[in-house]
Design a protein around this ligand. Structure first.
Ligand SMILES: C[S@@+](CC[C@H](N)C(=O)[O-])C[C@H]1O[C@@H](n2cnc3c(N)ncnc32)[C@H](O)[C@@H]1O
Ligand SMILES: [Zn+2]
Length: 293
């Protein structure tokens, strides 16, 4: 799998496609700014990532995860605690991938990119070729992801407003514990393409919330998702992943820091979590694939 070329993306200002680079080849073409038909221009960072948020977007008050959350998430993944979740997402994507030899894959709200790397390994092991994309609202997420994973193009973008991709270009999308917009998923997925969601189930990290505090979860997330996408998508695959995690103090603190719970907890609670020698909690997630009609 390879980092996606500019031609699959669309301009966040006017929605026109980005043009191929005339006359440039190889490294020069890779580094040239992305220009749309209407001459809006976006620089390519050294790591290959591109910032596709319209100017002034930040003023809307829509923000992604913070650097503290993302670094905690990366450490937690690196310790292997969420590997069963990544593997379950990868297994669903392997089933959902097209029968054609090439696949266009996008991870929407990709965070620091660990799930996407596991998915790309699984596709590579099956000799699937194609292009990969990760999009996240948080600049820091894109930076961390792009540094680690060269097989995907990372984009700073708002997937809840408009996904910066052309119509019908996506074969498989991933939305793991991240926001969605049904009409945008319907627009960017080709007919027969699929989106694999990972959602927290009731009881996800329940022991963590009971012990340290934080926010409870709505227990109708699955039905709300299915209803939301019903007009254009049908459920084609569904399974649970349940995994008990025995964490040391640092991992317990990281798990609190990487979730929205941290926003409701003080530094003192995080310090107490870090001082524990062992804490047990279970990840409980639904992996649900819906296919575009
Ligand atoms: C709970 S994290 C999940 C990250 C990753 N999918 C994972 O499972 O590790 C949610 C992610 O969605 C991103 N996010 C939130 N709102 C977003 C939006 N409107 N557009 C794109 N990404 C968004 C956050 O920055 C964060 O990285
Ligand atoms: Zn434009």
């Amino acid at each position: 799998m390879h980092a996606a070329p500019r031609t699959v993306f669309s301009c966040p200002v006017c929605h026109a496609a980005f043009l191929d680079v005339d006359g440039a080849a190889g490294a020069a073409a890779d580094k040239a700014p992305w220009r749309c038909l209407n001459k809006h221009s976006f620089d390519v960072a050294r790591d290959g990532s591109v910032h596709l948020l319209p100017a002034g977007h930040g003023h809307a008050g829509i923000v992604g995860d913070t650097a503290v959350m993302l670094n905690a998430r990366r450490r937690f993944f690196d310790a292997g605690h969420y590997r069963p979740l990544s593997d379950a997402i990868a297994a669903a994507v392997v089933v959902a991938r097209p029968t054609t030899p090439s696949c266009t894959l996008v991870d929407l709200g990709c965070g620091e990119g660990s799930h996407l790397s596991v998915v790309l390994d699984a596709l590579q092991a099956r000799h699937v070729d194609g292009i990969a994309i990760g999009i996240d609202l948080a600049k820091e997420a894109v930076k961390l992801a792009a540094k680690n994973e060269r097989r995907a193009r990372f984009i700073t973008g708002d997937t809840r407003t408009r996904i910066a991709l052309n119509d019908g270009v996506v074969d498989v999308a991933i939305v793991a514990f991240a926001p969605r917009k049904a009409s945008e998923l319907a627009r960017v997925l080709r007919p027969g393409g699929s989106v694999t969601f990972a959602l927290p189930l009731p009881g996800h990290l329940a022991e963590l919330v009971q012990t340290w505090g934080g926010i409870g979860l709505a227990d109708d997330k699955r039905d709300r998702l299915v209803n939301d996408l019903n007009a254009d998508f049908a459920v084609t695959n569904e399974g649970l992943v349940e995994h008990t995690m025995v964490l040391d103090g640092n991992a317990t603190a990281d798990l609190l820091l990487m979730t929205p719970h941290a926003r409701h907890l003080g530094d003192e609670t995080i310090a107490r979590a870090r001082a524990t020698s062992s804490f047990t909690t279970a990840m409980r997630a639904l992996i649900l694939t819906m296919t575009r009609r």
